[in-house]
Design a protein around this ligand. Structure first.
Ligand SMILES: Nc1ncnc2c1ncn2[C@@H]1O[C@H](COP(=O)(O)OP(=O)(O)OC[C@H]2O[C@@H]([n+]3cccc(C(=O)O)c3)[C@H](O)[C@@H]2O)[C@@H](O)[C@H]1O
Ligand SMILES: Nc1ncnc2c1ncn2[C@@H]1O[C@H](COP(=O)(O)OP(=O)(O)OP(=O)(O)O)[C@@H](O)[C@H]1O
Ligand SMILES: NC(=O)CC[C@H](N)C(=O)O
Length: 548
């Protein structure tokens, strides 16, 4: 039996383009003599459709798109993800379903049993869990069709306290009683830099336990914050990866079921920084591409965060679509301006220098009668950041360049950024990357030649909002701070547990206090491209008003 895996990039709600892609893969498969072609979870409408599922019209469009696809399934079978209506009066209106299509029609519908509801997932909000199990038969083979989380019976969480999802039904236990020949898993499994190993291990455990091959198809592409890396694969019944599809790009592979037992795909050891790099480039590309934008802007300071952001933007959108402003103040060092100019020239992007001293002075003059003799403090620092934010937004409004936010996860965590100033932007590129990893990204970008001036990487980080300012005046060193933040945010460890891990009590208490008191700031930040298992955004829900 020849089985094709179609790893495609869908666009949520764009039924025309999704249908066209699916039909084109079906036609290609038929011409290659494929028996069964597999598409990912909710492929017909794109994943995650969120509250669009509450619109009847959206569900009806999914249904007619599937009907159109079915007409093309002559002499070939397909499994495609889409929502289906729950016919029972009780429970949620919808199921998250896999459609088995053959002979030009929908032959059967298989619903998702285990609905993830942790972190960024919210499937119980829309879907009724499945309780009935059956196999499909194709050319003498019995197939168990499952949907993503169905194989994640014990969901490990990257957290020392949250319980793993407790599922009362095991879809694989039920399906295995029916003696399938192989398992299909259609998935929508988002990227995080540690997710790929976890995923492979979970598939391996399932395959070994039931001694069954698994055909796993994930989607690729980004949907606002969520980035899907693909990495679809075929596992033989010994839990060995027989075929692996590409990361971060569409891919299509045909596999012979009878030939997988003695096949072993080459292991791919990609460093996590390279994965984050590729994920962010895809995240940017798809945010712009799917929104219909081409051009971007940001303030280039000569520092490392804006440097890494602009390189990723140039790689995603092309140099002709990136335009930056260099906005020196009286506190900017000459080196910062030179570093920013060198970088812009290395990339071949358009840049303009707009000094902000005069504007800043005018602001100060206007506020003088009100501020009186009060000393220069954070208020003046922030006015500079807001002047810059206003200027880049001016460029954005005039020329249609979407502003990228340059804050990293460490700053965002402790509120080290100015609301309505450098926290502006339509999309945050580095908001899920700790500062220590921003440095690693910069070195990775420079691995073949110096793109980012080395001075931007090695100089002590500074906001340059007052004379001789350094981040280290207000914050612990980033390697210490990031160690604490990771334990608190990703692992949910308590201050005492973090201290026991070897961090100084005062530093831990300060860092945690800053994280807690800055929830309100993060609530106002743009969407953040997610690359870790716990990003700021809709997968981390902390009350703004709370006593910690
Ligand atoms: N709970 C709450 N809910 C709603 N709003 C709340 C609030 N608490 C304060 N606020 C408001 O927020 C204001 C304080 O926030 P904000 O105006 O941003 O100012 P703030 O957080 O006081 O200062 C920004 C800090 O970030 C540093 N910074 C700025 C720019 C860039 C960088 C960098 O290196 O990247 C660092 C800067 O040196 C300074 O230490 C308050 O004045 C108040 O208006
Ligand atoms: N002189 C400047 N010219 C242009 N943009 C600036 C300038 N200074 C700051 N910005 C913008 O504000 C953001 C915050 O910058 P700031 O220097 O305060 O802190 P940072 O987080 O260390 O960032 P970076 O490493 O990019 O300097 C920068 O990333 C940049 O987009
Ligand atoms: N769509 C899903 O069911 C995804 C959940 C699953 N645990 C994953 O991340 O792969």
């Amino acid at each position: 039996m020849k089985i094709a895996l179609a790893q495609l990039n869908y666009h949520i709600g764009n039924f025309e383009s999704n249908t066209e892609k699916i039909i084109s893969a079906i036609n290609k498969s038929r011409k290659s003599g494929v028996d069964l072609v597999l598409f990912s979870e909710l492929a017909i409408c794109g994943y995650p459709p969120k509250d669009l599922l509450e619109r009847k019209e959206f569900v009806e469009k999914s249904k007619s798109a599937l009907q159109k696809v079915a007409e093309h399934c002559i002499d070939i079978a397909a499994v495609i993800g889409g929502p289906s209506v729950n016919p029972h009066p009780k429970g949620k209106n919808l199921y998250n379903s896999a459609y088995f299509i053959s002979n030009g029609k929908i032959e059967s519908i298989h619903n998702k049993t285990l609905l993830p509801n942790y972190d960024i997932f919210d499937e119980y909000r829309y879907f009724e869990p499945n309780t009935e199990f059956s196999l499909v038969e194709l050319k003498g083979k019995k197939i168990a069709i499952t949907i993503c989380e169905d194989l994640w019976e014990t969901q490990p969480v990257d957290n020392n306290f949250a319980k793993s999802a407790l599922y009362t039904i095991s879809p694989m236990e039920e399906l295995s009683k029916l003696n399938p020949d192989f398992v299909v898993n259609i998935a929508a499994s988002p990227f995080s830099y540690n997710q790929q190993n976890l995923r492979t291990n979970i598939l391996k455990a399932t395959s070994e336990r039931y001694q069954l091959p698994i055909f796993y198809v994930n989607q690729i592409g980004a949907h606002t914050e969520l980035i899907f890396d693909g990495d679809s694969l075929v596992m033989n019944s010994k839990g060995e990866v027989a075929k692996r599809l590409n990361y971060f790009e569409e891919d299509y592979q045909i596999v012979d079921l009878e030939a997988i037992e003695n096949k072993k795909a080459e292991a791919r050891n990609v460093n996590y920084i390279e994965k984050i790099h590729d994920a962010l480039v895809l995240g940017l590309k798809d945010y712009f591409g799917k929104m219909g934008f081409t051009k971007t802007t940001l303030g280039l300071s000569g520092g490392i965060d804006s440097a890494v952001t602009v390189v990723l933007a140039e790689r995603a959108l092309g140099k002709e679509n990136v335009r930056v402003l260099l906005m020196p103040s009286e506190f900017s060092s000459d080196h910062s301006i030179k570093d920013a100019v060198d970088l812009a020239e290395n990339l071949g992007i358009q840049y303009d220098i707009v000094p902000i001293q005069n504007i800043f002075q005018e602001f100060q003059k206007s506020l003088d009668p009100i501020f009186g003799d009060l000393p220069f403090n954070v208020a003046e620092e922030n006015i500079q950041a807001r002047v810059r934010g206003t200027l880049v937004m001016g460029l954005s409004n005039k020329f249609g360049h979407i502003l990228l936010n340059t804050s990293n996860k460490s700053e965002s965590a402790v509120g080290y950024g100015t609301l309505y100033g450098d926290m502006n932007g339509g999309l945050s590129v580095l908001g899920d990357v700790y500062k220590t990893d921003v440095f690693k990204l910069a070195w990775f970008i420079n691995k073949d030649k110096e793109v980012i001036p080395e001075n931007s990487i090695v100089k002590p980080p500074s906001a340059e909002l007052r004379p001789d300012q350094k981040d280290s005046d207000s914050l612990p060193d980033y390697d210490v701070l990031d160690g604490i933040l990771f334990r608190y945010i990703e692992k949910n460890m308590s201050s005492e547990e973090i201290i026991q891990d070897g961090f100084e009590r005062v530093t831990v208490q300060k860092a945690l206090r800053l994280v807690n008191m800055n929830e309100y700031k993060r609530f106002q930040t743009p969407p953040i491209l997610r690359v870790s298992s716990k990003a700021f955004g809709f997968g981390r829900k902390i009350p703004l008003v709370a006593k910690h």
